[in-house]
Design a protein around this ligand. Sequence first.
Ligand code: ADP
Ligand code: ASP
Ligand code: MG
Length: 410
Amino acid sequence: MGLIVQKFGGTSVGSVEKILNVSNRVIEEKQRGNDVVVVVSAMGKSTDSLVALAREMAKQPSQREMDMLLTTGEQVTISLLTMALQEKGYHAVSFTGWQAGIQTESIYGNARITHIETTKLKKHLKEGKIVVVAGFQGITDEGEITTLGRGGSDTTAVALAAALRANKCDIYTDVPGVFTTDPRYVNTARKLDGISYDEMLELANLGAGVLHPRAVEFAKNYEVTLEVRSSTELTAGTLIEEESPMEQNLIVRGIAFEDQMTRVTVCGLSSGLTTLSTIFTTLANENINVDIIIQSVTNTSETSISFSVKTECCSRTVKVLEKYKDVLNYKQIETENCLAKVSIVGSGMISNPGVAAKMFAVLADNNIQVKMVSTSEIKVSTVIHENDMVKAVEALHDAFELSKITVESK
Ligand code: ADP
Ligand code: ASP
Ligand code: MG
């Protein structure tokens, strides 16, 4: 007998029927003799509907009240699921994030979990109850309600699994596992049997929305075995753990992509030693998250710096640069919208040269212009026009033969 944490996302709890289906999956786990903690998201697209409601009240609602509002979504699901479990004769109890002891840092909208006080949950588990916890939320030391960022229920589940030393954390969702790329865009995408924490972390950070990046971070740091699996089909999903099965000749394991990127170029900067640090310290101080950075020295005294940001941050970025124009001492700012980032990820890249070259050749063969590039040991990212995004992903998926993966058994 062990402890299993199960997490069900928005689509999986999107209606009464779906919540009843989820209650069956929970009961099956309980009947296998395990203690069960269930983490649920808000029903269907209800978080989006709450965001839309807020926008009707204010152009820029305060972050505190946004968190107050958005956390209600998950509270609906925990109570309904618990009622369904009770109706079927099971002892179950629901808790909001703060009732469950989930402490976070004092940042609204995107708080990190700092600590989980598990005494209460353990007491209820010991009494044989199924414990149902609201995802995506916590409380600060000052007693303020916070959210963990969109998609953050995954992180609640993995953090609880780590804190309660669960045997496993199952992430039930609307696809049967982690695929070589988003199966909604590429129909030849294939489900992976396994993937390492590091590869999954890169994919999640680079836009593969199937897992919240911080959930993968937690899983890696606390060695939580994660499985992403279907909430409707009884099939094995994708295991995410330290060692993943060696895949034959597999250099690229997956492709992630993200649209709505903007390139900002600051032209005519003096090419002094401190230029880079001044510009990026200024942006960091204003909480602007910068992604890929490219510096090009046009002549000995002048330099231009380009960087990418999410399009939603573009106007704020430009405002900050304008505000500090005198300090930064540049000639002009240029922006280019409608860009996308396409990234290939695979730990096999470390020992195989020529992967980036092959990626660029494939994009060139498809008449796709690369505007920015960034690499790490296990990924190559390119920024291209948004209109070319799906074509690029399909071409790369084909060229790296991702639909043909064969997995050796461990
Ligand atoms: P949930 O509501 O269960 O949290 P999400 O919508 O957050 O579900 O995540 C599941 C979605 O992630 C899938 O429907 C799929 O479109 C998307 N996705 C993106 N990249 C991948 C990938 N590599 N493998 C599987 N799904 C992916
Ligand atoms: N309900 C939240 C969202 O839609 C959290 C989650 O689903 O993980 O982002
Ligand atoms: Mg999700």
